[in-house]
Design a protein around this ligand. Structure first.
Ligand code: SAH
Length: 359
């Protein structure tokens, strides 16, 4: 049997083409997009504004759901982790992070990850697959439906971060296709300004990304201010070193408008990369490259077996932050969320069996 087409990830033109091939009038394409991404329906049978015959025809050759939720874990802080599976059986994890006036959904761009960052649990999985645009978009649909119910609007805007499993810039095309689909006014209507993409430093893609007209915000995971240390912690540095990374960051910065910023993320590992001397080196590096629109997000390491690191102490984190600030670099400490359910940064590795599972 031919594989069913996953329409959730079809762009507007692709959908029109598909509808034409079915011998249906063009306006059906708009209705289907509204149903899939405006109402967030995952079964054609629920699209009651379509004739029954069309719903049946669609169900035969296409699908509106390719991800299956295997478990859902709820943290004591309200964070939720969804462990899903692609049609091919690969794990996909998505995290819902509620805060007072806004929701953030952290989605995955790949199943597993090919990069070998020493402090990240996802690295242990290796790369299982690139996610399709449909699989990326469907993660958001599944989370919003779980929290608010299908057809209901989220009461406040949704922010998205591509900070789940995987390296988004190694799945560039699908990521950008998903970004376009997410922005549809009659669909999910999550515009690029509300999305942040985080990269471990795929330099040519940072440059390509910079040249895009409507693009999400950028975060670059740096985690070490010297090549010597970064080569060890993030082996991708051996492919593109700090000088190349800083130069690409400069190119991105030059496309920002007045008042816009971008981010460097720095995971703090006790006794490894958290000394005052390295804080000063980091500040020096950013200043030397003129990266004056950058801010630094400090992420206390989220420990997990078998990672060999410990989080820095509160005092060390505060000192590191103070040094950056004294050098004129805005620095923020990211509060860990959902550590108890393996939902925090660097903890996504398809772990099962938490006591909080409640699906
Ligand atoms: N591959 C991309 C997207 C992943 S984002 C990237 O590297 O940017 C995940 C963020 O969590 C990255 O900034 C990464 O440095 C950070 N991270 C990874 N492992 C972590 C850990 N154990 N504790 C805290 N942060 C971690």
């Amino acid at each position: 049997m031919e594989q069913k087409r996953h329409l959730t990830g079809f762009g507007r033109e692709e959908m029109e083409e598909f509808i034409k091939d079915l011998g249906e009038p063009r306006f059906r394409s708009k209705q289907i997009i509204k149903g899939l991404r405006g109402h967030r329906l995952r079964e054609f049978g629920e699209m009651t504004d379509l004739p029954l015959a069309l719903r049946e025809k669609l169900a035969e050759c296409a699908t509106a759901s390719s991800l299956t939720v295997r478990s859902r874990y709820v943290s004591i802080d309200g964070t939720r982790r969804y462990l899903m599976e692609t049609a091919a059986g690969h794990p996909v994890e998505t995290v819902y992070i509620p805060t007072a006036n806004r929701d953030t959904i952290c989605f995955s761009s790949q199943s597993g990850c090919p990069l070998k960052c020493e402090f990240c649990l996802t690295a242990k999985l290796g790369l299982l697959s690139n996610l399709t645009a449909g699989e990326i978009v469907e993660q958001i649909i599944i989370v919003l439906n779980d929290v608010y119910g299908e057809r209901n609007e989220a009461p406040h805007g949704t922010n998205l971060v591509a900070m789940g499993a995987g390296e988004p810039f190694l799945n560039f095309e699908n990521l950008l296709k998903a970004v376009d689909i997410l922005a549809e006014e009659d669909g999910l209507f999550i515009v690029p300004r509300r999305i942040t993409v985080s990269t471990a430093g795929i330099v040519p893609k940072i440059r390509e990304f910079s040249a895009l007209e409507a693009r999400p915000n950028l975060a670059i995971s740096i985690s070490a201010p010297t090549d010597e240390l970064r080569d060890v912690l993030m082996p991708i540095n051996k492919r593109w070193n700090l000088a190349e990374l800083m130069s690409a960051a400069g190119e991105f910065q030059s496309t920002l408008r007045r008042g816009e910023t971008f981010t460097f993320e720095y995971v703090l590992l006790s006794g490894v990369n958290d000394s005052p001397a390295l804080a000063r080196k980091l500040a020096g590096l950013l200043k030397r490259h003129g990266l004056l629109k950058a801010k630094v997000n400090l992420i206390p390491h989220n420990p997990a077996d078998p990672l060999p690191y410990e989080p820095s102490s509160k005092e060390t984190v505060a000192d590191f932050k103070a040094i950056l600030e004294a050098e004129g670099i805005p620095a923020f400490v990211r509060t860990p969320r959902g550590r108890d359910i393996f939902a925090a940064c660097g903890q996504l590795a398809a772990r099962t069996g938490s006591a909080e599972a409640d699906v």
